[in-house]
Design a protein around this ligand. Structure first.
Ligand code: XBP
Ligand code: MG
Length: 270
């Protein structure tokens, strides 16, 4: 097995978090007496901008009446986002947002196989800390040897920077790691860092373009929640993605452009 690390995206991949983010944004706007209320449809479009502060800035750019108003509101962004993060991390700490099917199982199978775990996310460390503690307990933080997130990079997804940072901290080359994502921006970021990427979309990203994904599944599946129909039948080991099958598939990817051209890779040569 050549896979030394699994790098998880958080929002949408580890847990279906965006409805909670949306409510937290709206709570913060109310707290600041702003007449903004992001509907699900509006938020779906706003999600194309990664990063909560950047998302608020995009809303201001699209709605502010004057340049003076835009300046006043822009100066408020850090405080609004800090309030939003308080609301969101309290939702998570209350256990309101479970892990998606198969995330806990795959993480545990990977660790048992000697594979390391990492995170590459746009959200804040506070939000990730709350989710890992809530869903994995106190040992949650130590399960993920590297957590690359939020403002640790200037260029957020779809830029590859956050994945490159995670790989650098892991000390692992991209062809020895696998990324798990849920969105077009996340897929572009992971592929831009040279990572073989599995995509499990949610309601918020199901209409995104996932061209370039190595594997796309509705979710990772579990014995208690197997993948129905075609997605489940397409897997070899079980109607859920086992770490063993993930590693086999990743090992069989073309190693370079030449390999891809001639199909020369681990499983096909000879
Ligand atoms: C998804 C994002 C984040 C969240 C909101 O992150 O783009 O901005 O929507 O969280 P991921 P913040 O890379 O984990 O999918 O308000 O903390 O940014
Ligand atoms: Mg995501």
């Amino acid at each position: 097995m050549s896979i030394e690390a699994l790098i998880f995206d958080v929002d949408g991949t580890m847990a279906d978090t965006e409805e909670a983010h949306r409510m937290a944004f709206n709570n913060a706007f109310e707290r600041f007496r702003l007449d903004w209320k992001w509907s699900r449809d509006a938020y779906r479009a706003l999600l194309l901008t990664t990063g909560g502060k950047e998302r608020i800035a995009a809303h201001i750019a699209a709605t502010a009446g004057s340049s003076a108003e835009r300046r006043r509101l822009t100066e408020m962004i850090p405080a609004i986002h800090a309030e939003k993060t308080k609301f969101y991390s309290s939702f998570v700490a209350d256990g309101a947002i479970p892990l998606r099917p198969g995330v806990r199982r795959l993480a545990q199978e990977a660790l048992a196989a000697g594979c390391r775990l990492a995170i590459a996310s746009t959200t804040t460390a506070a939000n990730i800390d709350a989710l890992l503690r809530s869903e994995f307990g106190e040992q949650g933080l130590s399960m993920f040897g590297v957590i690359a997130c939020g403002d640790q990079v200037r260029a957020k997804k779809p830029a590859p920077d956050i994945y490159r940072l995670a790989l650098a901290h892991l000390g692992v080359p991209p062809d020895r790691a696998v990324a798990l994502e849920d969105s077009h921006n996340g897929l572009r970021a992971a592929c831009g860092a040279g990572l073989w990427t599995i995509v499990t979309p949610t309601f918020w990203t199901e209409d995104h373009d996932f061209d370039g994904a190595a594997l796309q599944l509705p979710h990772l599946g579990d014995p208690a929640e197997p993948l129905d129909g075609e997605p489940g039948r397409a897997l070899q080991d079980a109607p859920w993605l086992t770490f063993a099958e993930l590693a086999r598939r990743a090992d069989q990817r073309p190693r370079s452009g030449i390999d891809a051209l001639y199909g020369l890779h681990a499983g096909a040569a000879g």
